[in-house]
Design a protein around this ligand. Structure first.
Ligand code: KG4
Ligand code: ZN
Length: 342
């Protein structure tokens, strides 16, 4: 099946063409990062307006890059939620219009389901497996028994890990979104220089808490006589990142042990982090598991990632039609069962 997918849940307007849920023919992403940077975060109203401006050019470009015409597209997958409602509505309306005009089926896909399965475009993994999804809005550990069969094992009880990166970067005077910048600065820093806490590390659950870690960076900064720069700044970034990685590794390893599974899939924007990728790799070698990390280009928000689940649902005969709405909040465990009834 030749599928067009559309993603507009936050600040990226994205469209892709994927064949058989496996072969990516195009993956067009138009980022609004620079527009929102001056506000220090995503401004929902501006995001919706930018999506409106970009959605048609981005879809056109995705078709052009794939060398296919709209008439050749056999199905559409769109991010239905969770995300910013006004932003989601742009993608969902576009998808519905195209489905109606071309008389082809349409499915609404969960954004996190997209992140979770993004790596399948590179290399599919056998079920069941443990999935770690780390993004700006989510930090979840799932047991995945098949496409559409997700069980939440653990999650953050406050900030998402990407949010913690971005808020910490802001405290350090780095521009939004600062996750990638902390990653870069950390590469020349000493991860053992400052001992930041590891909240909930030994609480016996698979949950996370990152807001206290961010506050401990703030407390540390308040004690400094001069704003950190040079090697000191690198050390803070490396030490903060080391705490985050320790927490993610500890809980993910515990989840694998608890479920008796030997396969781990990792996705989401923070899965780009070089420290986390190195730590996951070394953990996988140490305990002998199969590790599949989404390639960096598929970690951040994109539309191709929706095609894995989208193709699966469409191929099994599902068609959400035109009667479904975008949803701002939508737990993944219930996403598939309640796909058309929310
Ligand atoms: O998945 P994503 O693109 O959007 C959401 O669904 O949230 O994730 C964006 C998040 C941001 O918080 C960004 O700072 C973070 O991913 N991020 C990183 C890195 N690259 C992006 N965090 C740490 N290290 C990176 N290299
Ligand atoms: Zn995302």
């Amino acid at each position: 099946m030749l599928l067009l997918s559309i993603e507009t849940s936050c600040d990226e307007t994205a469209a892709a063409v994927v064949r058989d849920g496996r072969f990516m023919l195009s993956n067009q992403v138009s980022s609004q990062v620079e527009v929102h940077a001056e506000y220090g975060g995503v401004v929902p109203e501006i995001a919706s307006r930018k999506h409106l401006e970009m959605i048609i050019p981005v879809v056109r470009q995705a078709l052009r890059d794939a060398s296919v015409t709209l008439e050749e597209i056999e199905g559409i997958a769109v991010t239905r939620g969770p995300g910013l409602l006004g932003a989601l509505l742009v993608g969902v309306s576009m998808a519905k219009s195209l489905a109606l005009a071309c008389d082809i089926p349409l499915v609404g896909v969960h954004h996190i389901e997209g992140h979770l399965l993004a790596g399948f475009l590179d290399r599919p993994v056998d079920f069941p497996f443990i999935a770690l999804v780390v993004s700006g809005g989510h930090t979840h550990i799932y047991r995945v028994d098949g496409i559409g069969i997700y069980h939440t094992l653990g999650r953050t009880i406050d900030d998402a890990v990407g949010e913690a990166f971005d808020k910490t970067a802001n405290l350090l005077g780095l521009s939004y979104p600062g996750g990638a910048m902390i990653d870069r600065l950390a590469q020349d820093g000493n991860p053992a220089a400052i001992s930041f806490p590891r909240p909930l590390m030994y609480d016996g659950t698979l949950n996370f808490s990152f807001s206290g870690l961010k506050t401990s960076v703030l407390t540390y900064l308040k004690k400094q006589v001069v704003p950190p720069e040079g090697a000191h700044l690198h050390d803070i970034c490396a030490s903060f990142q080391a705490s985050v990685c320790d927490l993610l590794i500890k809980k993910t390893e515990a989840a694998l042990r608890q479920e008796g599974l030997k396969r781990l899939v990792v996705g989401g924007g923070v899965a780009c982090n070089s420290g986390l990728r190195a730590a996951l790799l070394s953990m996988s070698e140490r305990i002998g598991i199969e590790l599949q990390m989404a390639p960096p280009v598929l970690c951040g928000d994109n539309a191709a990632m929706l095609a894995v689940a989208g193709d699966f649902y469409l191929s099994s005969g599902r068609n959400d039609g035109l009667a479904f709405d975008a949803v701002a909040t939508w737990p993944l465990d219930k996403a598939v069962i309640k796909a058309c009834s929310l």
